[in-house]
Design a protein around this ligand. Structure first.
Ligand code: 5GP
Length: 114
């Protein structure tokens, strides 16, 4: 059995991080190293999907829940507009292989993907 992901450990309360929103299947936290004025992570509670491709293939309804919570939080935190990023694979910058959406907003540079 592999070690639980850092996000599972946060969900269990083993690593401190405020859970800013939660549904039956999905939760959200603030990124510890924000890349934008608003930088949230929306995460399925299950860690069975390593990335968005696996999630889309295995449970598209859960992917839709992730997008829905991202939108709800963006309305609350950025006024509604946001950038949604799923880093997919180590060469693309993915470091945690428990699928999660980056929700970025609040004064983004329109020419930059960061
Ligand atoms: P990835 O690089 O896999 O797309 O995104 C992982 C994200 O998780 C990074 O942006 C990183 O800053 C964030 N992160 C890693 N460890 C922690 C933590 O312990 N707490 C929080 N809130 N975010 C974390």
């Amino acid at each position: 059995m592999s070690e639980p992901s850092i996000f599972t450990r946060i969900l269990r309360g083993e690593i401190p991080s405020e859970i800013i929103a939660e549904t039956d299947n999905v939760f959200a936290i603030r990124d510890i190293a924000p890349k934008a004025p608003v930088h949230l992570l929306v995460i399925p509670k299950t860690e069975r999907y390593r990335d968005v491709v696996a999630l889309a293939a295995g449970d598209p309804a859960l992917l839709a829940e992730v997008v829905g919570l991202a939108n709800t939080l963006a309305v609350e935190h950025t006024g509604g507009d946001f950038r949604l990023i799923f880093n997919t694979g180590a060469d693309a910058g993915q470091t945690v292989f428990h699928v999660h959406a980056h929700v970025l907003g609040g004064g983004l540079d329109e020419k930059s993907m960061n």
